[in-house]
Design a protein around this ligand. Structure first.
Ligand SMILES: Cc1ncc(COP(=O)(O)O)c(C=O)c1O
Length: 407
C-alpha cells in the first residue's frame, strides 16, 4: 500500500541546504576509503574553543546549572554582550535589547521573521551566505539578489550601492548586509556602510546586519559597525555570535540586538521554538566575553598569516585571479579562464579537484544566486601545512585539467 501524500508547504521542496555540508560529507566518504583529504570547505576555526571558556562550562555542569534559563538569555550574558558592543563600538545597547539565540542562524531567523511577510522582497548582495535567501523563501517572500562588484585581483569586491538603490521596490522590507562577508572575504569600507544607512533612512527599510566575522579583519583595515550609529534602533537588526570569534560553532550561541519592543515580541516567538539556549554554554559565553581576549587576538594574527600564505600560493595557480581578502577567513578566487579553457562548470571543476586531488573547495554557486559562477571559495581556517600541501595539489590538478583539455 502506498503511503499517503503529505501536504507540506509547497516551498519546502525549493529550499536549498548548505552546500558546504554536502561537500564535507563527500570528503568524509573519501577519507573513509583511505584518501588523504585536505579540506578548504569548512567555515569554522580549526583551533578548538579556548580552555578558559571550556573550564567555565565544566564548572557550570559541576554546579548543576542544567535547567531552562530565561528565553532571551541569562541576565549576565545579555549584559556582557551589551557591554562588549558598547565598549568596542561606542554603542548604547541595553541588555533588554539583546536576545541570545542558538547560533547566528537563530538570530537571522528571528530578524527575518519579524520584518518580512509573504509577497515581500528582501535585497541580498550576492554571492551570499545561504541562510538569508532560504529563510526569506521559507516565509513566502522573494530574495532580490544584487551582485557585488568584482574589481579585479587588486580591488576585490564592493557593494553596488547604485544597483541596491535601483532594486528597491514598494515591496522591499529588508536589506541584508554581511560585513566582513562570507564567502568573498570582502570588508566594505565605512563610506559604503554610511551609504547603506542613508538608504535605510531615506526609504525607511530596516537593514539585517550580520557582523559575525567582526573580529576577523586584516591589514588593520577600518571597520565600521552598524551598531555604532546613534539611530541604530530605527533601522538596524544586528546579528553576531560566538561561533567564529571564540571558535564555539558547536555550542550554538549567537545573538540578535534589536529595539526593545521588538525584542520582547520576538522572545515570545523564541520561547515557542527553542525555549532557551543551552544553560551551561551561556555561562561559558559570559567567560568568553569578559575573560582574556589574548587567545582571540593570537588566533586572528595566525589567520592573517594563513591568508598571506594561501593568497601567494593561489596566485601561482594558472588561470586564477586572486584578491587578498580583508576579512572573515575565506578567499574567493576567480577561475573564469580555467573554466573557459576546460569547458567545465564551476561545480564540475570542484568535483574534479575533489576526486582527482582529494582537495575540498566549494563552488561559488553554493552562495546564491549566480554571481559566484566563476569563483570558488576556500576557507583558510586550517593549518599552514595543509595550505602548503593542499594548494600544491590544487595547482597540479589545474595544470592536468588544462593540459588534458587541449583547447
Ligand atoms: C555570515 C554568517 N552568518 C551566520 C553564520 C552562522 O553562524 P552560527 O554557526 O553561529 O549559526 C555563519 C556561519 O558560517 C556565517 O558565515
Amino acid at each position: 500500500m502506498s503511503s499517503p501524500t503529505l501536504n507540506y508547504k509547497s516551498i519546502i521542496p525549493n529550499l536549498l541546504g548548505e552546500q558546504a555540508f554536502v561537500y564535507i560529507a563527500k570528503a568524509r566518504e573519501l577519507a573513509r576509503k583511505g584518501a588523504k583529504v585536505i579540506s578548504f570547505g569548512v567555515g569554522q576555526p580549526d583551533i578548538p574553543t579556548f580552555d578558559h571558556i571550556i573550564d567555565v562550562a565544566k564548572k557550570a555542569l559541576d554546579d548543576k546549572f542544567t535547567g531552562y534559563t530565561e528565553t532571551a538569555g541569562i541576565p549576565e550574558l545579555r549584559e556582557a554582550i551589551a557591554d562588549y558592543l558598547n565598549s568596542r563600538y561606542s554603542a548604547d545597547v541595553k541588555p533588554n535589547e539583546v536576545i541570545v539565540t542558538p547560533g547566528g542562524k537563530g538570530a537571522i531567523f528571528l530578524a527575518v521573521s519579524a520584518y518580512v511577510s509573504p509577497g515581500d522582497e528582501v535585497i541580498i548582495p550576492e554571492p551570499s551566505y545561504p541562510a538569508y535567501p532560504e529563510v526569506t523563501k521559507f516565509i513566502g517572500a522573494k530574495p532580490v539578489f544584487v551582485p557585488l562588484k568584482w574589481l579585479g585581483s587588486d580591488g576585490g569586491f564592493a557593494l553596488d550601492i547604485e544597483l541596491i538603490r535601483r532594486s528597491i521596490s514598494p515591496r522591499t522590507k529588508l536589506i541584508v548586509i554581511n560585513n566582513p562577508q562570507n564567502p568573498t572575504g570582502a570588508l566594505f569600507p565605512p563610506k559604503q556602510i554610511d551609504e547603506i544607512m542613508e538608504i535605510a533612512r531615506e526609504h525607511k527599510i530596516p537593514v539585517l546586519v550580520d557582523e559575525i566575522y567582526d573580529n576577523f579583519v586584516y591589514d588593520n583595515s577600518p571597520f565600521k559597525s552598524f551598531i555604532s550609529y546613534s539611530d541604530w534602533r530605527d533601522y538596524v537588526l544586528y546579528v553576531n555570535g560566538f561561533s567564529k570569534t571564540f571558535s564555539m560553532t558547536g555550542w550554538r550561541l549567537g545573538y540578535l540586538v534589536i529595539r526593545k519592543e521588538v525584542a520582547e515580541k520576538l522572545t515570545r516567538l523564541a520561547v515557542n521554538i527553542w525555549s532557551c539556549t543551552v544553560s551551561f554554554a551561556q555561562k561559558a559565553a559570559v567567560a568568553a566575553m569578559k575573560g582574556d581576549w589574548g587567545p582571540v587576538k593570537e588566533m586572528i594574527k595566525i589567520f592573517e598569516k594563513r591568508r598571506d600564505l594561501i593568497v601567494s600560493k593561489l596566485r601561482e595557480v594558472p588561470g586564477f585571479e586572486v584578491w587578498a581578502s580583508k576579512g572573515a577567513f575565506y578567499v574567493f578566487p576567480r577561475i573564469k579562464k580555467v573554466l573557459e579553457e576546460t569547458g567545465l562548470s564551476v561545480e564540475e571543476f570542484v568535483e574534479q579537484i575533489l576526486y582527482n586531488k582529494y582537495v575540498v573547495t566549494l563552488p561559488g554557486t553554493a552562495f546564491p544566486d549566480k554571481a559566484g559562477k566563476e569563483f570558488i571559495r576556500l576557507s583558510f581556517a586550517t593549518s599552514f601545512e595543509a595550505i602548503e600541501e593542499g594548494i600544491s595539489r590544487l595547482k597540479e590538478g589545474v595544470e592536468e585539467l588544462l593540459s588534458k583539455s587541449g583547447r
